[in-house]
Design a protein around this ligand. Sequence first.
Ligand SMILES: Cc1cc2nc3c(=O)[nH]c(=O)nc-3n(C[C@H](O)[C@H](O)[C@H](O)COP(=O)(O)OP(=O)(O)OC[C@H]3O[C@@H](n4cnc5c(N)ncnc54)[C@H](O)[C@@H]3O)c2cc1C
Length: 263
Amino acid sequence: MGARETRLAVMTSRAERYDAVVTRREQLSPHLVRLGLSVPGLVSTGIPDEWVGLVVPGQFQVRYYTVRSLDGDDLVLDVVIHEVGLVTEWASGDCVGDRVVVRAPQGSYSLPADPAWLLLVGDLTAMPAMARIAETTALPTRIWAEVPDHLPGYLPDDPEVTWLAPPAEGQSRLADVVEGIDWPEGDGYFWMAGESAQMRAIRKHLMRERRLPNTAYAVMGYWRAVRSRQPRAVDPGPIWREGKAAGKTDEEIWAAYDEARGV
Ligand SMILES: Cc1cc2nc3c(=O)[nH]c(=O)nc-3n(C[C@H](O)[C@H](O)[C@H](O)COP(=O)(O)OP(=O)(O)OC[C@H]3O[C@@H](n4cnc5c(N)ncnc54)[C@H](O)[C@@H]3O)c2cc1C
């Protein structure tokens, strides 16, 4: 086995898992529940869109959630409640005291040199990441948030926020929104996450129409619009680590993740 293969094998088999207990549950809005988890040993990457894998009781499938905050052992996740779903059904009930498994965090947000501005676009699943990014950046920031609920105070006051209603439950028109954006002068960073088909359309738009270098944006499919529970959740972790080890760009890695999920 060559050095690179050895490194890959080590990286892909290193699935760091942490035992965790749900310590609190708070309904933030009709579709958003905040969970507090005690996760001894979990360490933040410091990347503001970092996410963890979550395995809920009685399941082996993993779902992915953004680290809204991590203070010592206290991990906060904001979980979207949609019509059906494995974590949706679990988090809709009284899950305080439940034991879950959390996988080590990893992140994608990576600013280019000297950006003049930051644009953030996302749906409700992207709100935890957009809030954390906005809280930690000093760049002039604009946000487009497509959310079904009223979320006063969820985002910091400084950024200019455009609130948009989704066309219907489980649907998104963020691709149209982005195509209509009045782009700021100069070079900056564009970050976007939400429904995968919308994100795929936007990647094409950024590459073909706006001709942005792939260091100037991160566009991530966070969920797939299908009609039932996702039959098979594909773990972005190994795809991410293998892509990084192979020298792929973030865009290539997220496109490979979409492909693995059949988007
Ligand atoms: C890196 C990353 C970070 C993420 N961060 C967060 C986060 O902080 N908070 C969060 O809530 N989600 C986040 N997500 C999205 C979350 O992992 C998915 O929405 C996941 O499918 C939800 O799992 P579930 O078990 O409830 O539903 P599943 O069993 O996976 O899906 C059941 C059904 O619900 C539909 N569905 C799934 N998600 C949504 C949705 N958001 N809106 C409407 N319908 C949906 C599916 O199409 C399917 O029909 C993130 C995803 C990634 C990849």
